[in-house]
Design a protein around this ligand. Structure first.
Ligand SMILES: [Mg+2]
Length: 217
């Protein structure tokens, strides 16, 4: 029986706007670089995957390490170490709502979950930037927001999910988790017996969510 809902953030609720490459280029160019948005957008996925695979704890073991993680992703994306100020600006700017787009169906989904009287919590491979960001985007209401940096473990490790379950006083087997990543969200749910609703670039599959909520007494 579903008693609570947890949600991933990036790729599930929101995506970078207009794109990672465009934001990287805009900020770097403001500092006098000659950066190309399309080129950076092309380089980013491999750079991100490379740094994530090499980092001791992907996304950072705490908020300081998260900063270093993203500085490294930025440097590899640009193919050169960037001045510290640019790294800071790029890191900080993604804590603001204007750099993200809320996916379709998301606000309707949150309303439906709230109407079903199920508590919601965020379980995200993210860091301290998530708190001001979700606040500014006016997404919620969340009982708790658990980031990988705050628990020192990244999904698919279930640490963040278990912390969210504790905050909502539910067992992981009574939780529905919404997330877009097979590896991070899917594997975590498989390990904890949590029901996983897979989300896509189209946003949260509202019909499937509604069916699950309707089956909840
Ligand atoms: Mg995601």
């Amino acid at each position: 029986m579903i008693r609570a809902v947890t949600l991933d953030v990036a790729g599930t609720l929101i995506v970078p706007f207009p794109s990672v490459g465009a934001v990287y280029a805009e900020v770097a160019n403001a500092f006098g670089f000659d950066a190309d948005a399309a080129q950076l957008e092309k380089e980013f996925p491999a750079a991100f995957a490379q740094v994530r695979s090499q980092w001791a704890m992907p996304y950072g073991i705490n908020d300081e390490d998260a900063r270093r993680f993203w500085f490294s992703v930025i440097d590899v994306t640009f193919g050169q170490p960037l001045p510290y100020e640019i790294g800071c600006e790029l890191y900080d700017t993604f804590s603001t709502a204007r750099r993200w787009r809320v996916l379709p169906q998301v606000r309707a989904a949150l309303t439906a979950i709230t109407a079903a009287k199920l508590p919601m919590a965020v379980v995200s491979n993210f860091d301290a930037r998530l708190f001001p960001l979700l606040d500014e985007l006016q997404l919620g209401p969340f009982v708790s927001i658990i980031t990988s940096a705050s628990v020192g473990r990244a999904k698919p490790d279930p640490a963040a999910l278990l912390a969210a379950c504790e905050a909502m006083d539910v067992a992981p087997t009574n939780v529905l988790h919404l997330g877009d990543s097979t590896r991070e969200d899917g594997e975590m749910c498989a390990a904890t017996g949590t029901l996983w609703l897979r989300c896509t670039a189209e946003g949260i599959p509202l019909a499937e969510l509604t069916a699950i909520l309707r089956a909840t007494p």
